[in-house]
Design a protein around this ligand. Structure first.
Ligand SMILES: *Cc1c(COP(=O)(O)O)cnc(C)c1O
Length: 260
């Protein structure tokens, strides 16, 4: 192992020996012990944003993009309209997801060294009352831009619109407080800042919004309403879970909490 390269990319990155060790155990995907492991992971993830009162944590198999696509497909109704704020490649991907899913979208793009401002969003929402959701990248990994999330979120709330945040490369590294920043969904994944292994994403979805999202999804496997409803009822993932990834993330979260 000492000759293994150290990964300094945004993710997947080098994991600790403890995290890798946690993958040496096999779990039955429908066993009570594994259900408890999943529940503990979701609880710890929610605690990071102080979101347990307002949001559900819905885990999903796949890479981060799967979870972003699932969040948009589940939470944006088919007749909704998404304003996508872009300052790099991942923002472009948000717009592409909307197009592929058939959700109407408009885009606002800044130069790759310019964050979007709250004043930009104020102007854009005032100009287009048809927008139902705003989607943005918190920290645009491809350019390093950090968008001013709390200010933008307040503007969106004051217009009565809903916010979807791709926080893939900021969640776990920068503080985000669900009690102070209003959002409908925030998305991250196992293999980024938390230093788990790649293989699952998770969406913090506002409880009331998720409850109202039945039937929105265009897809069976990517339906977060269904994923959550089934998990709430049975404690189990709907389809085969990435058991070793969940175990590794559980162990990575323990270390995250120990480090404070
Ligand atoms: C890594 C990342 C994603 C997800 O990419 P995947 O290749 O699907 O894991 C999405 N958004 C941002 C900002 C990212 O950094």
């Amino acid at each position: 192992m000492s000759n293994a390269p150290i990964l300094l990319t945004p993710g997947p990155l080098t994991t600790s020996a403890r995290t890798r060790q946690a993958m040496l155990v096999d779990w039955g995907s429908w066993d009570r012990d594994f259900n408890q492991l999943t529940a503990s992971v979701c609880e710890q993830l929610l605690a990071i944003i102080d979101g347990s009162a307002s949001h559900h944590c819905v885990p999903l198999q796949g890479s981060g993009t799967f979870a972003v696509e699932a969040a948009i497909g589940t939470l944006v109704p088919r007749d909704g309209k998404v304003l996508v704020l872009i300052n790099g490649a991942y923002g472009q991907r948000l717009a592409k997801i909307c197009k592929v899913l058939g959700r109407t979208c408009s885009t606002f793009e800044t130069a790759e060294d310019q964050p979007t401002t709250a004043a930009d969003v104020e102007r854009l929402l005032a100009a287009d009352p048809g927008v139902t959701h705003v989607a943005l990248i918190h920290c645009e990994t491809s350019t390093g831009i950090l968008n001013p999330l709390p200010e933008i979120a307040q503007v969106i709330k004051s217009h009565g619109k809903r916010l979807i945040i791709d926080a893939m490369s900021s969640f776990g590294a920068l503080p985000i407080d669900a009690r102070a920043v209003p959002f409908e969904a925030l998305i991250a994944a196992s293999g980024k800042c938390l230093e788990g292994v790649p293989g699952m994403g998770f969406v913090f979805a506002e409880k009331t919004a998720l409850a109202a999202a039945e039937g929105n999804a265009h897809s069976l496997a990517m339906d977060l309403y269904d994923q959550h409803t089934y998990m709430a009822k049975t404690g189990q993932w709907r389809f085969t879970p990435p058991t070793h990834v969940v175990a590794a993330l559980h162990e990575a979260l323990q270390q995250y909490n120990e480090e404070g």
